[in-house]
Ligand binder design. Structure first.
Ligand code: XMP
Length: 319
């Protein structure tokens, strides 16, 4: 039967045999799958793996910093950190439609990644964190992530024009095995057990037009929510939790003054497969603490609401 050390040994041998003395490029998103693929391939071929981490300006608070700390500093993986936030945000200016935003984010990602790949002429392989459920879903002719009716433009969607051979060392694994492998390879627990985060990131959690100001507010509110969930031991009891930025202003009062500021919605769901989901019955005291902290610590927000909609009919993300 199957053990993790055997799996690592065999996977490393297979990667070495496949790649020979050639070089590999991988788009690192900070998500579980691409992170574990990076750690495994690095174990096999070391410096002949180059990861490209693209900051699209729509990441969570300190996310780029955490990815660089984990991979570049702790594991010694070669990571190119591309700050493309200005490019993504200008491409998104004036665009409010959710699917159009997804397409733009996907297209700019491919452009940026291709430019970086062109700087690595010795790369012959494109590594991807494809896992077994992705393989069966695409074999069934469905969209890549059947859990969502929305289009997905992820790191996985890179074009064939790159002219690279595909390296997918996680193709036979289920999500829980990928997590176990990540831990065995020395990735931090918090990274391996992090909630899923959509490819378009905060781009689909800022309703309507995306602006840097909104993203900065949302990042801070979201970090407070996640921090309080962890402190209250609720983070691992929900499948996904996040804040959403609503670009409408409501009236509030602070001291003697009237305020007129934006709204943050909190979303936390429990689900097995992300096809259907229940809103999480978080304790009122926890919600009160999150609301209090967001309103006091995040300038520009004077009202926090909690989303009590199930999927269906609501989706998990607001866009
Ligand atoms: P919905 O909102 O469709 O989400 O109920 C179901 C799951 O899919 C994730 N999601 C996405 N993931 N790109 C992604 O990589 C996307 O465009 C996207 N849209 C939704 C969502 O976070 C949830 O886990």
């Amino acid at each position: 039967d199957w053990t993790m050390p055997d799996f690592i040994g065999e996977a490393v041998a297979r990667i070495r045999a496949q790649v020979g003395d050639e070089e590999v490029i991988l788009g690192l998103s900070g998500g579980v799958d691409s992170s574990v693929a990076a750690a495994l391939i690095h174990r096999a071929i070391g410096d002949r793996l180059t990861c490209v981490f693209v900051d699209n300006g729509l990441l969570r608070l300190d996310e780029a910093e955490q990815v660089m700390a984990t991979f570049a500093r702790n594991l010694g993986v070669k990571v190119i950190h591309v700050d493309a936030s200005e490019r993504f945000l200008s491409a998104l200016a004036g665009v409010a439609d959710p699917e159009q935003k997804r397409r733009i984010i996907g297209r700019v990602f491919v452009e940026v990644f291709q430019e970086e790949a062109a700087k690595l002429p010795r790369a012959r392989w494109l590594a991807q964190g494809t896992i077994y459920p992705d393989v069966i879903e695409s074999a069934g002719g469905k969209t890549k992530k059947a859990a969502s009716i929305k289009s997905h433009h992820n790191v996985g969607g890179l074009p064939e024009t790159l002219n690279l051979k595909l390296l997918e060392p996680l193709r036979e694994l289920f999500k829980d095995e990928v997590r176990e492998l990540g831990i065995a390879l020395g990735l931090p627990h918090d990274m391996v057990y992090r909630h899923p985060f959509p490819g378009p990131g905060l781009g689909v959690r800022i309703l309507g037009e995306v602006k840097r100001e909104y993203a900065d507010i949302l990042r801070r509110a979201d970090a407070i929510f996640i921090d309080e969930l962890r402190r209250a031991d609720w983070y691992d009891k929900v499948s996904q939790a996040f804040a959403v930025f609503l670009p409408v202003r409501s009236v509030g009062v602070m001291g003697d003054a009237r305020t007129y500021e934006y709204v943050i919605a909190l979303r936390a769901v429990q689900t097995q497969d992300f096809m259907t989901a229940h809103w999480a019955e978080l304790p009122h005291a926890l919600l009160a603490q999150v609301s209090h902290r967001i309103i006091n610590e995040v300038a520009g927000i004077n009202r926090v609401v909690y989303d009590i909609s199930g999927k269906p009919p609501a989706t998990i993300e607001w866009e």
